[in-house]
Design a protein around this ligand. Sequence first.
Ligand SMILES: [Zn+2]
Ligand SMILES: [Zn+2]
Length: 137
Amino acid sequence: MKEGTEEKLKQRNIKPTAMRMLVYDVLNKNKKAVSLVEIERELGDVDRSTVFRTLRTFQDNLLIHSVDDGSGAVKYALCDDDCTCAIDDQHIHFLCTVCGQTYCLKELPIPDLNLPEGFTFESANFVVKGVCAGCRR
Ligand SMILES: [Zn+2]
Ligand SMILES: [Zn+2]
């Protein structure tokens, strides 16, 4: 178990149960967004609905954000410590068409949206597709 997992969960007001710490560690280990099935595969013998509920709790507490990259499976990635998932904290995601991995491009915020009068922003799903640096080599 990586040090600091408990603190990270507590920081987001999440009670650090054994399952939650395991799921957090999978997300933390992966430097990309992972799907429910991938998390399940890494954890081995776990109940899918428990993992799903855990992800729900994480998302409700802004510990993670979800990405719909159009691949059919929703993927999840850790948020930065100071993330509030507001428009300024949201970023572009990159789906590699070769390896199928989805990356958080945290240094690339979603473009300023000039929404029409009366419209308010809640969330954006900005996915760029291409070939990642690892597959380009
Ligand atoms: Zn790739
Ligand atoms: Zn992301």
